[in-house]
Design a protein around this ligand. Sequence first.
Ligand SMILES: Cc1ncc(COP(=O)(O)O)c(C=O)c1O
Length: 387
Amino acid sequence: MRSEFLPFSTPTIDEEEISEVVDSLRSGWITTGPKVKRFEEEFKAYVGAPFAIPLSSATAGLHLTLLALGIGPGDEVITTPLTFASTVSMVILVGATPVLADIEPGTLNIDPVKIREKITPRTKALIPVHFAGQSCDLDPIFAIAREFGLQVIEDAAHAIGTEYKGRKIGTFDSISIFSFHPNKNITTGEGGMVCTKDETLAEEISLLKFHGMSREAWKRFSAAGTPNYDILLPGFKYNMMDIQAAIGIHQLPKLDGFIARRTEIADFYTREFADVAELALPAYAPYEQRHAWHLYTPLVRIELLTIDRDRFMAELKARNIGTGLHYKAIHHHEYYRKVMPVPAGSLPNADYASERILSLPLFPKMTLDDARDVVAAVKDVIARFRK
Ligand SMILES: Cc1ncc(COP(=O)(O)O)c(C=O)c1O
């Protein structure tokens, strides 16, 4: 057994990120400033998006996008049950109603056929989530959006560097929201970015992110600026800081290398587990795509074992292997069960995944020996608890 605990994820922070943060701290400019601007420009160039708005988190991006699109009471927004809370909570917080459409059983991404079944005259937007870094099938999703006049907001928290049919997520006729939380494919500590082609929307989100103020602080307080400003609307405090961007500008050039490494480890798991009947492995979508491998999420086929998923995770932990849970389905959480109950059995694929899914360790700093330890521990637990 491994002697040291292997976490499910940990960020790769090198000396250049540390020096850049120290440089910000020494410079006297630690909040939104020139490094945020540089990160915005470089991220925009990497993705190929005309407009990008750096924020304090992807959650902030979801919140401001919904507000800027005028989505609110009486509106319905269709999304996946297999996502993080904030995708759904932000819909609730703007006063709209989230509607869950079931996932595909293999990729665990939202099923476009199920989206169509959920559309009503009140539907205003769709929020597909590119689960684990694999693109949703965007063509049928955009076709539905065009047919019914809906906005598409891509929750791209897992999908920095993901491509669909040769194009990066962030370049489609939609709004894409990325996360730089420490577990994500690149990090800024906490942080997020909204990408869009719509200049008016980008301006609205930029205003909302910082008090509705007509000028950002660094334009007011730098030598070139003027301290005057106007408030154009009541806004939030969702700006990214230079301390965060200092990390991001050194993470971004490493992203493709990170994804290559993640892919190597994911492919290793897939080869090693190919004959393990007790695991249903993550499926590759059949269309052309680049999977960013944010997560590696097999389903544990508990019907073949004497233990449930939670015990499976505990057994891995006892063998010094960390795991993540992405996700317990939204409609299984206490709060959503109360405010948006769904009829039992109406989301069968999400129910199935929710009780079986776990995230195995996957991060660029992992070695193949670490991955071998994970495989050995998983096989050991299965052998011990096979029916
Ligand atoms: C699918 C999904 N959406 C949204 C978020 C929110 O991102 P952030 O933590 O940057 O607010 C996350 C983060 O875990 C996520 O996984």
